[in-house]
Design a protein around this ligand. Structure first.
Ligand code: CP3
Length: 342
């Protein structure tokens, strides 16, 4: 049996401030690792996501190499959009594509509801396999994209830039926007719930693109559905983390979502965040991923600054302020960990 009280990551999410905080990295299984690149030489990204044995193997790679305190399931936030009806592809180097995009009530009404046990059984199987293989003290994080972020990909048809289509839909066609957000909300809560039932010890909700909204729009269009998701999942009693990229202007709104842990973007000041969130909500973050492209002295100094700022009361998990970059030298991660663990 897994005893989550023995997991440093879970203890920090629950409020412990440890001298040596737990650490994991967003996108920790990825192209900066030679062992991941070796798997990618043989299989496409989606093939790995769809195959439990491969997904399990690459999930474990960074834990084996660095002894991270948490593993995050190898998958992508866009995977559950496929059983909803999205035609998803990852072109080499150009990021995700959804073709055709979804822009009208007519198209959106056709989106299917997802039964994770049938439609995403391969993900739940990966969760069970990873949990079986992980050391007992290492937590497994299940994740999902938040509705606004997933909606952005579906409406833009790929990486949202400059958000013209999703924001036009939001401002001009509230009926279509609401259909889409409601369908995504239903998927997110059942999917995250099933991940926990299958063995995830914690969950993280990625709201990458909510940071492009003004706080009043965030309150109108995003906060209600995120709040509902966390409210629904509260009884599962696992730590729930919320990440908004570029979300420093939304901290007061994020506090109202009901999450237990806030994953801070690297631009955000930890002390400012602590002042706003108090000690009831744990913090995770927030080294600038590009700091790991610097020299040893710079990496050590930046890690030290974060450790100092995060010391005191309130739970803290060391992480990056966004995903690790594929060009990151493995030696930089080693230096970072040496500075954290001493
Ligand atoms: O963190 C982890 O290690 C777990 C797995 C994970 C991936 N994507 C794997 C991945 C998680 C949690 C994600 C989340 C995700 N995916 C987000 C939210 C977090 C964030 O980064 O803001 C978003 C916006 C996506 C969408 C996505 N997936 C993009 C924009 C890209 C292309 C960027 C790139 O690096 O090529 C992906 C592909 C992707 N997802 C890769 C990985 C490891 C790279 C695939 C490869 O070529 O091997």
């Amino acid at each position: 049996m897994v005893d989550t009280k023995k997991m440093k990551y879970i203890r920090a999410c629950r409020g412990d401030n440890m001298k040596v905080p737990p650490v994991w990295l967003m996108r920790q299984a990825g192209r900066y690792l030679p062992e991941y690149r070796a798997v990618r030489e043989k299989y496409e990204f989606l093939e790995i996501c769809n195959n439990p044995e491969l997904a399990c193997e690459v999930t474990l790679q960074p834990v084996r190499r660095f002894g991270f305190d948490a593993a995050i399931l190898f998958s992508d936030i866009l995977i559950p959009l496929v059983p909803m009806g999205a035609n998803l592809a990852f072109g080499n180097g150009e990021g995700p594509r959804i073709n055709p995009p979804f822009r009208s009530v007519n198209e959106l009404e056709k989106l299917k509801s997802v039964n994770p046990e049938e439609d995403l059984d391969f993900v739940l199987k990966s969760v069970r396999m990873v949990r079986r293989e992980l050391p007992a003290e290492v937590a497994l994080i299940g994740f999902c994209g938040a509705p606004f972020t997933l909606a952005s990909y579906m409406v833009e048809g790929g990486r949202p830039n400059p958000f013209a289509n999703i924001k036009a839909l939001m401002y001009k066609d509230p009926e279509a926007f609401t259909i889409l957000i409601d369908k995504l909300k239903d998927m997110v809560r059942t999917y995250l719930g099933e991940m926990v039932n299958s063995g995830a010890d914690a969950i993280q909700l990625f709201d990458t693109w909510a940071g492009t909204l003004h706080s009043s729009d965030y309150k109108t269009y995003v906060l209600p559905c995120v709040k509902e998701i966390f409210e629904d999942l509260k009884d599962l009693d696992v730590p729930m983390t919320y990440f908004v990229h570029n979300g420093s202007h939304l901290l007061y709104e994020i506090k109202e979502t009901g999450c237990n842990v806030v994953s801070l973007d690297w631009r955000c000041s930890i002390s400012e965040a602590r002042r706003i969130f108090g000690t009831e909500i744990a913090l995770q973050g927030n080294l600038d991923p590009t700091a790991l492209l610097g020299d040893e002295k710079t990496i050590r100094n930046k890690v030290k600054e974060i450790l100092q700022e995060a010391s005191g009361d309130g739970g803290f998990v060391f992480n990056l302020g966004h995903g690790i970059l594929p060009v990151t030298p493995v030696s930089s991660v080693e230096i970072m960990l040496d500075e954290i663990r001493g």
